[in-house]
Design a protein around this ligand. Structure first.
Ligand code: NAG
Ligand code: NAG
Ligand code: NAG
Ligand code: NAG
Length: 635
């Protein structure tokens, strides 16, 4: 530091000679730069054959002619003449005899702005000849960070004169800092008509500068994307510095010349019930005032200025929507508008014709399925969920009993598959009653009740009546309860009967087309699930009909039981045959005497065997065994 300081001093040496004949020569630096409140050192070098007798320091303020003595030293005697330096001024004086050179250093602590002056060092020799030198002391203080404030309200491009864009301010700089404006990194300078920069500087009581700069511009539309900032340039001891403010954007107002309408969601087919959003956008800023119209009539209430929401649209909401813009920036320009067409698609209820849904066997019927829609539809017919055709029309030829059933027409909008509707209808075919089932439930051992079920189909749905009569007494029997259940395709009738002896049950089903009767003989024996096998069915009023095969009761349990019984009997017979052969063998061998009992047994078994073969049912045999007191009907 010392070496550098001295070399700096030597580089800046400047010799001033005030008196040509003086023996003393003084040299000082041109200038010394220091920061405010720091310490300043000003050196004064002289060459003289002896140590200087007297030295004075004076100060000349800038622009002043007169200098003012602040300090003097004479031998050991020192005096401060300027009270403002009391306590912060120090002077050292040394003399090198070998070099014949002296050095005086003035030190000022806590430098103030008042210290910025020309300091004059005057050196006197013994003969009171003197010589002097001077150094300019410059004081510096860095300014605050620049504060930029942009204009908040929008700036219109239609203004004829430049409008204020921003203010930039720095405080407490010394010397006065400079402010430069930048637009996207390019410096701005005042230019006729377009850019105006006005600067205002204030000197604070402390002597520091506050600088404010105002930027005015004739803004153009592109300025809305521009970054503005100010740059502050200032000096510090030995250097020049620069600070940039934060960048700002400005709001530019420009008139709308064009509006665009858009629909949300875009590219969508609208259907009734949808919500449609219509938006209007102008190319200006701020957005103009919009009005919406539908089919050239009636102003619509927009949800927001630029926004129209149509909830739960109907087909009547289809049509042309117009959006008109009124821009207060250009009140004299005619309304700018855009329009858009919206189609709200519809899909009405399915109508199936004809209404008549009851057919006679052999009839033909053409069903037509229709659903009014603004979009192409796809139609399909189903019967019991099986697809029949893809036409609007379904032809039924030569209706048979199988024709009856549930028919469904499904209509789907091809482009909006979520729009799909179904309509079902029941087709009935007139049919004489048909008893498809007559079953006998298990007997309740507590109260001897038996449940009988008869199921009859036909159209119109038949009514069922029961005739019961006791087989032993030939007296009519009364059911204790009747329950009928219409299944849509037929009817179930369940009755409960107290059965103390065998009885016959006649189930008759009748409708417009006739009556069908099925008769059952029911045994009253306690064992469950048994029905006497001999059944007879009679038709009345429609002679050509025959008893349908399906009306013969199904007896899987009983058949299974018979199988087991037959197997057991066969095994018994086989065993008996083997025993017989064995006995015969013994008899032939003479080991067994021919006895009466053996023959009897054998013939008895044969007789039983004959009974079976003679067509008597196994059940009947078993029945005889179980119910000894009852007689089989064949006996
Ligand atoms: C400020 O501007 C003036 C005039 O252009 C110039 O002389 C001075 O050096 C500038 N100051 C700084 C710190 O750049
Ligand atoms: C109608 O159907 C019945 C039985 O299903 C058949 O006997 C008759 O020939 C059919 N008639 C015609 C015209 O197809
Ligand atoms: C007969 O049917 C009635 C009602 O349907 C039922 O409560 C009863 O338990 C049935 N009786 C027998 C023996 O199944
Ligand atoms: C029950 O039907 C049988 C056979 O069809 C018939 O002979 C009998 O007379 C009928 N009984 C009654 C009470 O209707």
């Amino acid at each position: 530091m010392g070496i550098r300081y001295i070399s700096l001093i030597l580089a800046g040496l400047h010799v001033l000679t005030c008196t040509t004949w003086a023996s003393v020569e003084v040299s000082m630096e041109d200038r010394v730069e220091v920061s405010l409140n720091s310490q300043a050192k000003i050196s004064c070098l002289y060459s003289l054959y002896e140590k200087a007798m007297r030295i004075t320091w004076s100060k000349k303020l800038p622009g002043k002619e007169q200098s003012k003595k602040i300090f003097q030293i004479e031998g050991v005697y020192e005096r401060i003449d300027d009270k403002s330096y009391m306590g912060r001024l120090n002077v050292t004086h040394s003399y090198d005899v070998n070099e014949s050179r002296g050095s005086i250093i003035l030190t000022i602590d806590r430098v103030t702005l008042n210290d910025e002056a020309e300091f004059i060092c005057t050196v006197y020799d013994l003969s009171k000849d003197y010589s002097e030198g001077h150094t300019l002391l410059q004081v510096f203080n860095p300014p605050s960070f620049p504060v930029i404030v942009g204009t908040h309200s929008g700036i219109s491009v239609t203004e004829e004169k430049p409008s204020k864009v921003a203010d930039c301010k720095v405080d407490n700089g010394y010397p006065k800092p400079n402010i430069t404006w930048y637009k996207n990194n390019f410096p701005l300078h005042s230019a006729a008509g377009d850019v105006e920069i006005s600067e205002k500087e204030t000197k604070n009581p402390s002597g520091l500068f506050t600088v404010e700069s105002e930027l005015l511009l004739k803004v153009v539309r592109e300025d809305e994307d521009v970054k503005f900032y100010c740059e502050v340039n200032y000096f510090l001891p030995g250097e020049k510095r620069m600070t940039e403010s934060d960048p700002i954007n400005i709001t530019v107002h420009y008139p709308t010349t064009h509006v665009t309408m858009s629909i949300n969601p875009p590219e969508k087919l609208f259907k009734e019930g949808d919500t449609v959003e219509i938006r209007c956008k102008g190319n200006g800023n701020p957005q103009p005032i919009f009005t919406f119209m539908h089919n050239n009539k009636g102003l619509l209430e927009s949800s927001d200025n630029d926004f129209l929401i149509l909830d739960d649209v109907k087909r009547s909401d289809s049509g042309t929507y117009v959006c008109q813009a009124f821009d207060i920036q250009t009140p004299d320009i005619e309304d700018i508008e855009d329009s858009i067409n919206i189609t709200v698609h519809y899909f009405d209820e399915i109508v199936v014709t004809p209404k008549e849904r009851v057919l006679d066997q052999g009839d033909d019927l053409t069903l037509t399925c229709n659903a009014l829609s603004s979009l192409p539809t796809y139609k399909a017919w189903y019967k019991d969920e099986i697809q029949l055709g893809e036409e609007q029309v379904l032809h039924i030829h030569n209706a048979s009993l199988d024709t009856a059933g549930m028919y469904t027409c499904e209509v789907t909008v091809v482009d909006l598959p979520e729009l799909s509707k179904r309509k079902s209808l029941q087709i009935n075919v007139r049919e004489k009653p048909e008893i498809t089932e007559i079953t006998v439930g298990p007997k309740d051992m507590d109260d001897n009740s038996v449940n009988l079920t008869c199921y009859a189909q036909g159209f119109p749905i038949p009514t069922i009546s029961w005739d019961l009569y006791d087989l032993r007494t030939d007296q009519p029997l009364n059911e204790t309860s009747v329950e009928n259940q219409n299944t849509g395709e037929g009817i179930f009738s369940v009755i409960s009967v107290i059965a103390t002896s065998d009885f016959t049950a006649n189930c008759s089903a009748s409708n417009d087309l006739g009556t069908t009767t099925v008769s059952r003989d029911v045994t009253a024996r306690p064992s469950s699930t048994t029905i006497l096998p001999s059944t007879t069915a009679t038709e009345t009023s429609v002679p050509e009909s025959t008893v349908p095969e399906s009306s013969v009761p199904k007896k899987p349990h009983q058949q299974g039981g018979s199988g087991v019984i037959i197997a057991v009997i066969i095994i018994c017979l086989l065993l008996l045959a083997i025993l017989g052969s064995f006995l015969y063998f013994l008899y032939k061998k003479g080991r067994l005497p021919c006895g009466r009992s053996g023959t009897q047994d054998f013939t008895k078994e044969n007789a039983s065997k004959d009974d079976v073969k003679s067509g008597k049912s196994e059940e009947a045999v078993l029945l005889q065994g179980v119910n000894g007191d009852k007689k089989s009907p064949t006996e």
